[in-house]
Write a protein that binds this ligand. Structure first.
Ligand code: ZN
Ligand code: ZN
Length: 170
């Protein structure tokens, strides 16, 4: 989804543009690279205001995903959301091309698909958990500790480790 900002600005009566679109594809790299099993099409909703000194974009990007909990392997279904907000300038008029104070267009074209992809990648958690307090799996028997305690003793019974335990207890 791309907007030609220059042509929008030519219409002096146009004060804002409502953005409500579904990007056909999930943004590239968002599925595999972020540890998702799958990702759905990303939606973008918000406004592009044209009546200020600089055009200003405010959109919420959201993308449904399915993944597995990093601790207990349970299936997680969720929606990743990222707010993109800021003044819009053309990348060629910026001295610091890597400045993140601005949302950039190139040749007057605002590429919303790219903007959504970048924002979603930044917003993705480094570790996907079914719950912050997920107890994970027992390292010994593999039982899901969220469903209750397993019968494994709390500490390893390996005699060498038991000796170490005694050593550290002193
Ligand atoms: Zn979990
Ligand atoms: Zn166990």
């Amino acid at each position: 989804m791309k907007y030609d900002i220059d042509s929008l600005l030519r219409d002096k009566n146009l004060r804002s543009v409502e953005i409500d679109c579904l990007l056909d594809e999930p943004p590239p790299e968002t599925a595999g690279g972020l540890g998702f099993d799958s990702a759905g099409a990303a939606a973008l909703r918000g406004t592009l205001r044209l009546d200020g000194e600089l055009p200003a974009l405010r959109v919420m990007a959201s993308m449904p995903y399915a993944a597995r909990c990093a601790r207990c392997d349970a299936e997680i279904k969720g929606t990743l959301e990222a707010l993109v907000e800021g003044p819009v300038v053309d990348v060629n008029s910026l001295e610091d091309k890597l400045s993140d104070d601005y949302i950039t267009t190139e040749g007057g074209i605002l590429d919303l698909s790219l903007i959504a992809a970048q924002a979603l990648i930044l917003a993705a958690p480094s570790k996907l958990l079914c719950d912050e307090g997920c107890l994970g799996l027992c390292p010994q028997c593999g039982a899901d500790l969220n469903r209750g305690k397993c019968v494994c003793p709390p500490k390893a019974t390996d005699p060498r480790l038991a000796a170490l335990d005694r050593f550290f207890d002193k």
